[in-house]
Structure formats: C-alpha cells, structure tokens
Design a protein around this ligand. Structure first.
Ligand SMILES: *Cc1c(COP(=O)(O)O)cnc(C)c1O
Length: 330
C-alpha cells in the first residue's frame, strides 16, 4: 500500500464516486480491448464536469482566505466559468467572469446562459484584447471588487494550478477502487488536455494509487511540449506549497497534439461523427471542444497500434452545455 497522501482541505461539491462504465462502442470489432468510461460528466446536473472536482479544493482555499467574490476567466462557452458561477451562487458568494469572444448573438446559449442565470457579473473582451491583457484584466476586476468593499479570489484558467489539480488526484484515488472492483490491471487512462490540470492531477494521483496505469493526454489546444512543461511545473508547485502532502513527481504522461484540428473549440467532421456514434451506441454525449476530440484522438492512437494496453479508461470530463452552440454543424 502506498503511504497515505495528505490532501489539502476541500469542500464537497461533486457527486462522487462517479460511475465507471463499460462501453458497448466497437466492442464487436475490437474484442481484445475493453473500453471504459469514467463518468465525470455526472459530477452534477448543471454543476458538473471536471471543473467541479478542482473547485472543491479552490473553494476551500478561497473561503479560508475570507473571499466573498470569485473571479475567473475563459471563453464565452467556458465550462469552468459556468461551474464557478454556480458554485459561487451555491455558497452565497459573488462571481465575476472575464470572458473571451465576440458578443455578436442577441441571445445567450449553453454555458454563457447558465452563468448569467447564476447571477455572475460578466465582462466580454475580443480574443485579441483578452490574450494581450489577461493579467491586467484580472487586476482591474480585483480592483473593482475591492472598491466596493469585497474580498476577491482569482482563479486561473480552468482552475488549473497547484490547488485545483488535487481534484484529479482525488479522482485517481477513486479510480484505484474502480480498477479493483472491475478487475482492471495496467490500464491506459485517457483525458483531454485544455489547461492541463486534469492531466497533472491524474498523472500525480495514478502514480500514487495505481502505479501500473499509464496516462495519455489528448491536447485540444497548445502543443505536447507546452503540456509536458505545464504538468511538471504545476505538480512541482503543489509539492512546494503542500510540503507534507507526500505528493511525488510522476513519470511524465504521454501527450498527443495531433487532434486539435483547425484550432481550439473548432470541431471537424471526424469529431462530429464520433459524437453521433457514441450517443447512439452508448447514450453518451461528448462535446466538440474537449471530449469529442479526445475520444477521437484516443481511437486513432489505438487504431495505429501505439498502445499495448487492453483496458482503456476514458475520462469523460463533461462539457455537454458547450454542445448546443454547435447545433448547425451537428
Ligand atoms: C476544461 C475541460 C477539459 C480540460 O481540462 P483541463 O484540466 O483544463 O485540461 C476537458 N473537458 C471539459 C469538458 C472541460 O470543460
């Protein structure tokens, strides 16, 4: 047995353990592998997806610091911003969102609609301005919040930092029990990589709880080198901040960046086709931004014979609300 990890404080937000489900998809064509899905899309109804696990640790840190306003950022259809807005409302905090995109449609859809519904204060910037000035936009938002006598707490993109990554260390602990229950040995565990925190937490956590498992991250933006550096830096930051946690630096996860397509949040035909197939074979709904690309990338990597594992575990990180704005492509 590994020595117990000392987790930082957290506040329960996610409905867990989430189910680990065997998939029917392509079972007949590929009888020698078993495809599993860890249903982290079921961590809640609207407060759902992978960000909820990260926010359990982030929220505890924010409350400990006496914050009453959460500030974070992302795209117009950010799952992370929607989850943060709902968490804030659930805990009686205010929420301010710095969003990237063109505000061209008259009506809000998907995640943006839910963030508005939860009462978040929303600022929208063009992608150019957002990318050029994000640190200043955070500073300005903090000043606005302080000027009205409130106490801000800023959460980085995707809640991916030394605190948020513990959400997926905790998920790895859950997975170790799933593996035991379903008799799964030496699996390949696959997730999408967007801001890298899920991949970092899973790598560090599985290294501790299921050392026979290997991790594959499928990039949906940025390069494999970027994520390799990012994962290492975030885990090292967590080690430095939680010195007595017992967290160790794992072997670097495998990362592929061949399935981004035309760009972040731009779907392509193979991805839409996998989304349709999974919905029909298993009643599982993926999204074009993260899980659809990651699932498609995983299938391609397996088809090319790059992995020898017979047990493949896909982490379904959520994202269903981001699907609706793509209705025309679907
Ligand atoms: C944010 C997100 C991811 C990516 O997770 P990171 O920790 O940011 O890499 C994957 N899937 C969905 C649905 C997400 O919202």
């Amino acid at each position: 047995m590994p020595s117990p990890l000392q987790f930082p404080d957290s506040i329960p937000l996610a409905q867990c353990p989430t189910p680990l489900q065997a998939l029917r998809y392509r079972q007949k064509q590929s009888p020698n592998i078993r495809l599993w899905c860890k249903r982290d899309d079921l961590t809640g109804s609207v407060l759902s997806g992978n960000k909820v696990r990260k926010l359990e640790f982030i929220l505890a840190d924010a409350l400990r610091q006496g914050a009453d306003t959460l500030i974070t950022c992302g795209g117009l259809q950010s799952n992370h911003c929607r989850a943060t807005a709902l968490v804030a409302a659930q805990y009686g905090l205010r929420c301010r969102l710095i969003l990237r995109g063109e505000q061209n449609s008259a009506s809000s859809d998907g995640n943006l609609l839910l963030s508005e519904l939860a009462g978040a204060e929303i600022e929208i910037y063009s992608p150019r301005e957002y990318h050029a000035n994000l640190p200043q936009l955070f500073l300005r938002a903090e000043q606005v919040v302080k000027a009205r006598g409130s106490q801000p707490y800023s959460i980085p993109t995707g809640a991916s930092n030394d605190v948020g990554l513990w959400g997926y260390v905790a998920c790895a602990r859950e997975l170790a029990l799933d593996f035991e229950r379903h008799n799964i040995h030496s699996p390949l565990v696959v997730c999408a990589a967007g801001s890298g925190g899920t991949l970092a937490g899973l790598s560090a956590g599985l290294n501790h709880f299921s050392p026979g498992a290997q991790v594959l991250g499928v990039a949906v933006c940025d390069s494999a080198e970027y994520f390799a550096k990012r994962v290492k830096a975030d885990i090292q930051a967590a080690q430095a901040r939680f010195v007595d946690s017992g967290l160790s630096l794992p072997h670097p996860p495998m990362i592929v960046d061949d399935y981004i397509g035309p760009g972040y949040a731009i779907g392509y035909p193979e991805v839409f086709s996998v989304i349709r197939d999974l919905a029909r074979s298993d009643g599982l709904v993926l999204d074009p931004v993260y899980t659809g690309k990651a699932f498609y990338g995983m299938l391609e990597e397996l088809a090319q014979g790059r992995h020898q594992q017979r047990e493949i575990v896909f982490i379904h990180t959520g994202g269903v609300f981001g699907l609706f704005p793509y209705k025309n492509e679907l």
